[in-house]
Design a protein around this ligand. Structure first.
Ligand code: 5GP
Length: 195
């Protein structure tokens, strides 16, 4: 997605060898116009696939998911990473290792919101090693729901997440695919190879 790639080049900051900071428009301050365009792009790709729910993880997956949900006309559920006073029982839980924080956390959703009749689109802000996405897959499996596909805002294609999830048979659609960081500069996979 050209507009996203341009924004990453303008505002993204490469940290170390494999982390991209995009808190100017996605992870802290949010650009609603860009979020809406991204939501529409997810909806265009996944339209016609019979999606009934979108499932993401708090916090940064929520904004693009809400716009995708708006465009597809389906509800959005976000898995919680933190304990909630009101979300205490009747839960699906999965363990997720966080790439950026180097910690393992439970992610949790209420059993009320995903059932075996659902066909779920998973969305997240980044795809690195695929741990967050696998946690969401695990939750859908516990609920015996089908998974329509995985939508990612920024994929770091030099990390193993896509490969691992493709081996499991998932359709992954990423709005921006990063081939490498070269001397702190983001290099994308060219559009023609980026289907
Ligand atoms: P994974 O679970 O695929 O290893 O990593 C995805 C999760 O880690 C995302 O939910 C995101 O929060 C975080 N993450 C992974 N890589 C990056 C990165 O380069 N920048 C930022 N801001 N978050 C990342």
């Amino acid at each position: 997605m050209k507009v996203l790639e341009e924004r990453i080049l303008k505002d993204g900051v490469v940290l170390g060898k494999d982390v991209l900071k995009v808190d100017n428009f996605l992870n802290h301050q949010i650009d609603p116009v860009l979020m809406q365009e991204m939501g529409n792009e997810f909806a265009r790709y996944f339209a016609g696939k019979g999606i009934t729910k979108i499932l993401t993880v708090e916090t940064s997956g929520i904004a693009p998911s809400v716009f995708a949900g708006l465009a597809l006309g389906v509800p959005v559920i976000f898995a919680r990473k933190h304990k909630s006073l009101t979300l205490t029982d009747n839960l699906y839980t999965s363990k997720v290792y966080s790439f950026t924080k180097n910690t393992t956390n439970d992610i949790t959703i209420s059993r009320n919101f995903i059932t075996s009749t659902d066909n779920v689109l998973l969305i997240d802000d980044f795809l690195a090693n695929g741990q967050a996405a696998k946690g969401l897959v695990d939750i859908c499996e516990q609920a015996q729901a089908s998974i329509a596909g995985i939508g990612i805002v920024i994929e770091k294609s030099f990390q193993p997440g896509r490969g691992d999830l493709e081996k499991l048979g998932f359709d992954i659609f990423s709005l921006a695919r990063i081939r490498a960081f070269e001397n702190g500069v983001v290099k994308f996979i060219e559009e023609e190879e980026n289907k």
